[in-house]
Ligand binder design. Structure first.
Ligand code: NAD
Ligand code: ZN
Ligand code: ZN
Length: 343
């Protein structure tokens, strides 16, 4: 079969590999769709030794059951499923409480992270990773497993602060961000302020329900004009970029008692404490969190929202042969919503 594999730092190659066989408790999936996540670019940029090579990339997967392994009775050939990408140890405190995204034994274990992923015709996964998707299109189901699940989880973490009529700033309206806007619209009554460097991303934000859109240059002043300066401000800031410019923006516009959720892995630093040069008033009692992916139970809920038509991913599809080009366009900021590879 054909697979797009990480073969070394910065190296992504389309190659022929044997069709994998499912072991006991595993399932072979005929891949229907795999989302191209910005985290894959961070994986490509990582130094040697962090990720196994060669490894088939792709952690946002949906497909059809092709062959259940020994002992798997719950899934039959032809069943459609989304794949929960995290693979925790199953016995630590995180895993035992249903928070595999907090696994203490395998902190970044997962499909397309520590074992072969979905940029291939077939992928083998533990049967426990499968969730039914009903009649949802597979190109819609795949992005939900991360681009949908991760913002859903972040919104869950911030939920007590997302009171009706408060402000939530969403920075970075890409794959995750444009779904965050919809999840906020579907599950809260907050006013959403979307921020991006790209006009096309802001148009998408508006189309999917953002109340205000702000270009990142001069964003701090525009947002303060809407929410006020400290101690007022945004009660919640969801940062899906995570570079210095966006962490600084979040810290500038958050309200006293507000919450900053840093989802983006852009490598920026977040300074919470007021500095000596900062003129008062500064926001006090700010809570910062670094969410990671989400839980299986949350994925089930995001899938339900999508099946009811309340969350829809803006998708551009690519054949497997063009996966490398899709990642080049993602890096250039030239993808709206999610690039999805259809093998
Ligand atoms: P994406 O490339 O689809 O979207 C990024 C968006 O941010 C684009 O619209 C881009 O125009 C915008 N942007 C870039 N720089 C900006 C800036 N300075 N100010 C405002 N907007 C800016 O990326 P994605 O797939 O949605 O992923 C977003 C980030 O989240 C990545 O860093 C990714 O690695 C990370 N991520 C984290 C988790 C987690 O569990 N913590 C999970 C998935 C992805
Ligand atoms: Zn991802
Ligand atoms: Zn664990």
């Amino acid at each position: 079969m054909r697979a797009v594999r990480l073969t070394g730092p910065g190296k992504l190659e389309l190659m022929d590999v044997p069709v994998p066989e499912p072991g006991p408790g595993e399932v072979r999936i005929a891949v229907g769709a795999t989302g191209a996540c910005h985290s894959d670019l961070h994986i490509l940029d990582a130094p040697a030794g962090i990720y196994p090579v060669p490894m088939t990339l792709g952690h946002e997967i949906a497909g059809t059951v092709d062959r259940p392994g020994d002992g798997v009775t719950a899934w039959q050939p032809g069943d459609r499923a989304a794949i929960y990408g995290i693979q925790g140890c199953g016995h630590c405190r995180g895993c035992l409480t249903g928070r595999e995204n907090q696994c203490r034994e395998v902190p970044v274990g997962g499909i397309g992270l520590s074992r072969d992923g979905g940029l291939a015709e077939y992928v083998v996964v533990p049967a426990s990773r499968l969730l039914p998707t009903g009649d949802l299109e597979l190109t819609q189901a795949a992005p939900l497993t991360d681009a949908g699940l991760t913002p859903y989880h972040a919104v869950e973490l911030a939920r007590p602060a997302l009171r009706p009529g408060t402000f939530c700033v969403v920075i970075g309206i890409g794959g995750l961000g444009h779904l965050a806007v919809q999840i906020l619209a579907a599950t809260t009554a907050v006013t959403v302020i979307a921020v991006d460097t790209s006009d096309a991303a802001l148009e998408l934000a508006k189309r999917v329900g953002a109340h205000h859109t702000v270009r990142s240059d001069a964003a701090a002043d525009r947002i303060r004009g809407l929410v006020g300066g400290p101690p007022d401000g945004a009660d919640v800031v969801l940062d899906f970029v995570g570079v210095d410019a966006t962490t600084r923006l979040g810290r500038t516009v958050v309200a006293t008692g507000g919450h900053l959720l840093l989802v983006g892995l852009g490598g920026g630093q977040l300074t919470l404490k007021p500095t000596a040069e900062e003129p008062p008033p500064v926001p006090l009692e700010v809570t910062a969190r670094i969410p990671f992916w989400g839980t299986r139970a949350e994925l089930r809920e995001v899938i339900a929202l999508a099946r009811q038509g309340r969350v829809h991913t803006e998708v551009e599809t690519f054949p497997l042969e063009e996966a490398v080009r899709a990642y080049e366009r993602l890096r250039a900021g030239d993808i709206r919503g999610r690039a999805v590879i259809v093998p």
